[in-house]
Design a binder for this molecule. Structure first.
Ligand code: NAD
Length: 491
């Protein structure tokens, strides 16, 4: 068992942190400690921010056409190392190999989209806004941007921001999740092969205090964060108090409405993957099912069976559909919430507590769990469980179901399963959420669309990915100019 201490990548060099404190990085399927992550002190954030600031002038003046050559090479390196990176994601966060490959494909798609920066970052202009006067809007990079990542997509989530920040001419500091920092170590080893000038890309490991040092550093202009709602609130407020722009994508509790005219077999297959895939640890996991009218008995029957039959195990083993949850602490919290649901009046149709995976008895596994009759205003109905637990509720009409969808604090995603265009259209118009799925279980926006959370699921104005990311990482400059003819030499 190796307990390698992870390094930071600052000013073009791998550096051991001077941190006094480290945390274990644990493989959740085995409980093996794979490495220790340093909680980097303020001085290391300062070193990274200063190096980034020094590098930012030249990088900003590097033509966008040259900057994207770096992204083309990065895409190839990511493709060539996909298997190794996917295994790393699985080993540090517990999901299946196929899910890890899926998240890395999404990372690569963002690199591909950011290769369009020469067009995406174009400004506007008008000739003759007044007689003899022209006006232009140009986009310039901010300088230094920081990315603060959660544990559940250790490969993908930094890439909702990183390729756009880099391609628009910013220097970047990545602070990975302290729970899953190993995949970014591997990704930075690939960055090293790109021979970028020191300071353009930096990796600083740590947790809350490291983040606070980032939020307080005057050289860092922008914060892109993904994580739980309380952390996002704190980060958004502190970044704003320090005059930074911030985009913080936060927690979720995503509902799905199942209409009586839905194809139950398709709905069951898609919903069980949404609810129990990634062990329910997706911000786009469906965790609340609302059946309408006669959908109730048919769906509950099909879904109970799918819940019971899902194969749970170590993500690198063949045929596994649901991996481990991130930690033993998380397993205890999830199992506690299942018990709480029962106390609050829910009926446990399939109970995933207290089960073990043969060969991985020390793993933090929670088996898929189905709760029925969850009272809509109970604590469990409102809390983000972030585990493979699906809570069923029932409504008599679509109007009633939409009211239940909208009566919640989060607004990351809402879905409907139906064969009626009119019901789908009504849902699309009235559901209060930033990402809508119609006969889709994980409505994850492609890289060329914004990742649109609403309400308590997002703090900020511009989301990650696509053109909103380009806007986020650039500042607009407006130039009004006059060149009177009589000032020019005659040729
Ligand atoms: P988390 O909030 O514990 O940590 C996220 C990041 O914030 C980490 O880098 C962590 O070090 C930092 N952080 C945490 N608390 C902090 C504090 N008090 N001060 C400063 N920094 C702090 O989240 P997590 O458990 O790693 O990830 C799971 C959460 O992320 C879930 O709530 C999930 O819904 C959410 N998430 C949201 C999206 C989205 O797009 N909306 C995507 C993925 C995950």
């Amino acid at each position: 068992m190796s307990e390698q201490k992870l390094l930071n990548y600052i000013d073009g060099k791998w550096q051991a942190s001077s941190a006094k404190e480290t945390l274990p990085v644990v493989n959740p399927a085995t409980s093996e400690v794979m490495a220790r992550v340093p909680l980097s002190p303020k001085s290391e954030v300062d070193a990274a921010a200063q190096a980034a600031k020094r590098a930012s002038k030249d990088w900003a003046r590097t033509p966008a056409t040259d900057r994207i050559q770096v992204l083309f090479k990065l895409k190839q390196l990511l493709e060539d190392n996909l298997d190794d990176l996917a295994k790393s994601c699985t080993n540090e966060c517990g999901k299946t190999y196929a899910e890890s490959v899926g998240e890395l494909r999404r990372a690569i798609e963002n690199v591909e989209v950011a290769c369009g920066i020469p067009i995406m970052m174009q400004g506007w202009n008008n000739e003759d806004i007044a007689r003899g006067i022209d006006e232009h809007m140009i986009r310039q990079p901010l300088g230094v941007a920081a990315i603060i990542a959660p544990f559940n997509f250790p490969g993908m989530i930094p890439f909702w921001f990183l390729p756009y920040a880099l391609a628009t001419g910013n220097c970047v500091i990545v602070k990975p999740s302290e729970k899953c920092p190993m995949t970014q170590q591997k990704i930075f080893a690939l960055f090293e092969k790109l021979n970028l000038a020191p300071g353009i890309m930096q990796l600083v490991n740590g947790a809350g205090e490291t983040v606070d040092a980032i939020l307080d550093h005057p050289a860092i202009r922008a914060i892109s964060m993904v994580g739980s709602t309380p952390a996002a609130r704190h980060i958004y407020a502190r970044a704003a108090a320090n005059g930074k722009r911030a985009q913080c994508q936060a927690g979720a509790k995503n509902p799905v409405v199942i209409m009586p005219d839905a194809d139950m077999e398709t709905a069951t297959r898609i919903l069980s993957d949404s609810a129990y895939g990634c062990a329910g640890q997706r911000c786009l996991a469906l965790s609340v099912g609302i059946t309408v009218g006669a959908a109730r008995p048919a769906f509950v029957d099909c879904f109970s069976e799918a819940t019971r039959n899902r194969k749970v195990g170590y993500g690198l083993d063949k045929g596994v559909e649901t991996g481990a949850v991130i930690s033993m602490a998380s397993k205890e919290r999830i199992e506690g919430l299942i018990a709480k649901a029962e106390q609050e009046g829910a009926k446990i149709l399939v109970d995933g507590r207290g089960k073990k995976v043969p060969g991985y008895e020390n793993g933090s596994f929670v088996f898929p769990t189905l709760l029925d009759n969850v009272p809509p205003h109970s604590e469990v109905a409102k809390t983000e469980i972030f585990g493979p637990v699906f809570s069923m509720m029932h409504a008599e009409t679509l109007d009633e179901a939409i009211a239940m969808v909208n009566d919640r604090e989060y607004g990351n995603m809402a879905c409907i399963f139906t064969s009626s265009g009119a019901a789908a259209r009504k849902f699309r118009q009235e559901a209060v959420a930033g990402n809508i799925g119609i006969n889709i279980g994980v409505a994850a926006p492609m890289a060329f669309f914004p990742f649109s959370g609403w309400r308590e699921s997002f703090f900020g104005d511009l989301h990650g990915q696509g053109t909103q990311a380009v806007e986020f990482f650039t500042e607009t400059k407006v130039v009004v100019e006059r060149w009177p003819k009589e000032w020019s030499r005659k040729f």
